[in-house]
Design a protein around this ligand. Structure first.
Ligand SMILES: Cc1cc2nc3c(=O)[nH]c(=O)nc-3n(C[C@H](O)[C@H](O)[C@H](O)COP(=O)(O)OP(=O)(O)OC[C@H]3O[C@@H](n4cnc5c(N)ncnc54)[C@H](O)[C@@H]3O)c2cc1C
Length: 429
């Protein structure tokens, strides 16, 4: 292992790999620094954390304009991956159909506003009628009254196993020192509070910069340095339904069904993949944080097989939801399923950029929807480390500084404050 290095990236998920690849390429481009100036330390294997369980969906529509802007840039980067990572990765350009409740005379004001704000960012997200939706999706999809439809033609989808291969290839191609089965165990700081040495299970590494891409493991890891990282995990089920390839349109767009709260996509073999979205309710999010204090327990339970098993009831619930959308689900066969985990923050936005106390530490954490942002987040970390680049003005909203004492008090009041006392609970019974 190299004992002196420019940047240590902790975590070999999609965000850690992307950060390492972009930083290595940038250092080489700006300063002509030799290869092997960036290393990735991964305690398990590349792509074995949350990155092993995503759905491969890359869409730009997002109610947070800065997040939508970054997602759009990311789609462009994914399409031009050889320029960003030096390798390519195949994808399907099937677009995405969004389904919402008709809240008033064939309209949904919130979604109309979203469409309008996305238009300003040059993201096509246009209302279409039922016939157009049917034309795009094929006739196995059920459409109902009191629904409205939006189409995002620019959405793309990946096969996660191909992405994992691309991550490996890009690390190799860019000569990034990659250490699997090596765990970061602690840090030594200098007099300015900067991290000067990263302590690992395979020896110490002196460095100039550290990137935290340890996802839900980061609260426990950085607790020792007194850094509070508000990330927790929200459990979600995933089911793949086997369908007949005669029955299903394998070019079906991604379906984001907000009437039944389910995302669907089709794998190349005709399996329908489904899972539910994150809870969007702050009270529910706060409850999850109170039940999963990861700074104490860590996140190793994510890879524990007994935590990944789906029960009969879980599968039946998904079957009922899927039947509302797919004609052929009566005949579909349960293919596979598992529990998975979204990485969540109190406001469900990601954490990006410089730490508020440790000047040479940079966070790259996803918040439940990060795969899609991998190439742009990698470029952002390279911008932060080198202090130059085009994305630095887009990340203030996602700084870890926002989680100050005042915000956290407001957040915790959602589970333990006046709105949630036994008296108010009993009144609502
Ligand atoms: C069901 C489901 C579907 C999803 N679908 C999508 C989707 O379609 N599109 C999308 O954009 N997002 C999706 N996501 C979200 C996405 O999976 C995650 O946001 C993303 O994978 C997070 O990547 P990461 O690199 O931050 O984390 P991880 O992949 O978890 O990487 C963190 C790594 O850090 C390592 N690590 C931890 N501690 C240490 C240590 N001390 N030393 C060394 N290494 C350490 C871990 O082993 C791990 O490999 C989905 C999530 C779920 C649950």
């Amino acid at each position: 292992m190299n004992k002196n290095i420019n940047t240590v990236v902790i975590g070999g998920g999609c965000l850690g790999c992307a950060s390492a690849i972009s930083t290595q390429r940038r250092l080489r481009k700006l300063y002509g620094i030799d290869d092997k100036q960036v290393c990735v330390i991964e305690k398990s294997m590349i792509g074995s954390g949350l990155t092993a369980r995503h759905s491969g969906i890359v869409r730009a529509a997002n109610a947070i304009p800065k997040a939508a802007k970054l997602a759009k840039i990311s789609i462009d980067y994914w399409k031009n991956l050889p320029e960003i990572w030096g390798v390519s990765c195949d994808f399907d350009a099937n677009g995405a159909l969004w389904i919402a409740h008709d809240t008033k005379h064939g309209k949904n004001e919130k979604w109309a506003k979203l469409s309008h704000s996305l238009k300003k960012l040059n993201i096509a997200f246009n209302e279409i009628d039922k016939n157009q939706a049917r034309e795009i999706c094929g006739n196995t999809i059920k459409f109902h009254d009191e629904e409205i439809y939006y189409y995002e033609p620019g959405a793309i989808q990946f096969d996660p196993s191909i992405v994992r291969d691309a991550l490996f290839n890009a690390l190799n191609r860019n000569n990034i020192e990659t250490h699997e089965q090596v765990s970061v165990e602690g840090f030594i700081s200098d007099d300015n509070g900067h991290i000067k040495t990263v302590l690992t299970s395979a020896g110490d590494i002196n460095c100039e910069h550290v990137v935290n891409a340890a996802g839900p493991w980061s609260p426990a890891l950085f607790d020792a340095l007194g850094i509070f990282i508000p990330v927790s995990t929200e459990k979600v089920n995933v089911v793949n339904w086997l369908t007949s390839q005669i029955d299903i349109n394998v070019n079906m767009p991604i379906i984001a069904d907000y009437t039944n709260l389910a995302y669907y996509r089709v794998w190349h073999n005709g399996e329908i993949h489904m899972h539910q979205p994150r809870h969007r309710n702050i009270r529910e999010t706060a409850r999850i944080f109170s039940e999963h204090p990861l700074n104490i327990t860590g996140a190793d339970f994510v890879n524990e097989p007994s935590n990944q098993y789906l029960g009969y009831g879980d599968i039946r619930v998904y079957e009922e939801i899927a039947k509302k959308r797919f004609e052929n689900i009566e005949k579909a066969v349960y293919g596979s399923g598992y529990h998975s985990y979204f990485d969540i923050t109190p406001d469900l936005k990601f954490i990006l950029g410089q730490d508020k106390t440790v000047g040479n530490l940079f966070h790259c954490l996803g918040s439940g929807q990060a795969f899609k942002y991998s190439p742009v987040f990698g470029e952002i970390i390279a911008d932060c480390i080198t202090g130059e680049g085009k994305h630095l003005n887009d990340i203030e909203e996602f700084s870890i500084s926002r989680f100050d004492a005042e915000y956290m008090k407001y957040f915790w009041d959602q589970v333990s404050g006046v709105d949630n006392t036994l008296e108010t609970e009993t009144i609502s019974l």
